[in-house]
Design a protein around this ligand. Sequence first.
Ligand code: URA
Length: 479
Amino acid sequence: MRCVRLASEIDLEGWRAAARGLLAEGSPPSNTCFLTRAAPGGLFEDEAPPSPVPPGSSLSVPRAFLDLAQQVALHRSEDRFDLLYRLLWRLQRERTLLHIVSDRDVADAMERAKNVSRAAHKMKAFVRFRRIEEAGGERWIAWFEPAHRVLERTAPFFQRRFTTMRWTILTPDGTADWDGEHLTFGPPATKDQAPEGDDVEDFWKTYYASTFNPARLKTKMMQSEMPRRYWANLPEASLIPGMIREAEARLGTMVATPASPANARLMRAIAPVVVRPEPVSAPDSLAALNGAAQGCRRCPLWRDATQAVCGKGPREAPLMIVGEQPGDQEDLAGEPFVGPAGQVLDTALAEADLDRTAAWVTNAVKHFKHEPRGRRRLHRTPDAGEVEACRWWLDAERALVKPRLIVTLGATAALGVLGRKIAVTKERGRPVQLDDGTPVLPTVHPSYLLRLPDAATREVERARFVEDLKAAKALVETV
Ligand code: URA
């Protein structure tokens, strides 16, 4: 058996390097295994590192596999890296393997990726900080036991959300620490290192009790949203059994009692506390811009959004692609176009032979505008005032990236970039110039394609979208 030992439980980089070497050696998955530092080695295992990859040999891997691997690597299953190697090996011969969702390995990897993604969402929702006073002032500490190894992946979310606080998240996998300037990761912790309850904990309990609606009690759904495995560390969870027991009695009282106004002090106390002064002049780096946008109060959309989602891509990308606003998944992930519209965009870009990772992908509006509908958050189109308010950020991004061409997706993006409304279906595919000479190529939004009910029309419109992107490729190569 050919085995490679990785540097940590989540050492995807180490796995990638080793996997390349093992592929070059021709080591089949049935004879290959990956161990992590903690795992004991077997008696007959050959633990030598793989031979170096011969110069000039290239390995092409679909981007979708890299995205999948990033998730699967964080799964707690012992054979996660073996599964990834098996997929990688098969992908060399079966190029479209990842499209076959009924394939056992593909389905298995997707299921694990889903579990990891769910664990990350739960971590964002269920980390509860407790306040301690120490020499340097106040610090917030949380103990959390994630279902999978999502600490490193989720910590930047807390950094953005609680930028002005000093906080530490302790987990059995490691610790994340934010001192107001630097995010660092340390060794695993134990629960007894976390402080006991404080007055904030009482706020959580009061808040939860006051938002609990006995008329809407659905025990199964509640447990799927707040799985039992997290209860031990949630102050409010201790209330749940009692509240379920009392629900019926409370329902009767509720029906008979007139509505009372929300407790304003309590609502203020539990509202997100991070308010950063906005910069007066445009930020001088994309990282500074992203940080500053988290404090944006130029319009009310920040209130209901998880975070401001700025663009992603290389600095000085020749092509800038502008969408409307982050959707539900982008709002949680903090990255543009990672949800269903992003998948349509990715496929069309690939068909047009445009490399998404070489483009700056962003949105006209940085916060997710939505309205709650049951458990879902339904997209609402930003109005002209909100687009205008957010132009400041888009202009700042443009000034830093200095794209040679801008592609706008849909009417809101065109409004944000051009500053005027256009009829996208009439003006699509024809470049117009901004005052500074930058060409702008408008086209439709990928969600428009997703909404078309008829498959034949959808295919025609998709082909037109790809044609527009091909025009963008030709243009960006000539300007
Ligand atoms: N739609 C957009 O316009 N932008 C995103 O980032 C996602 C969906």
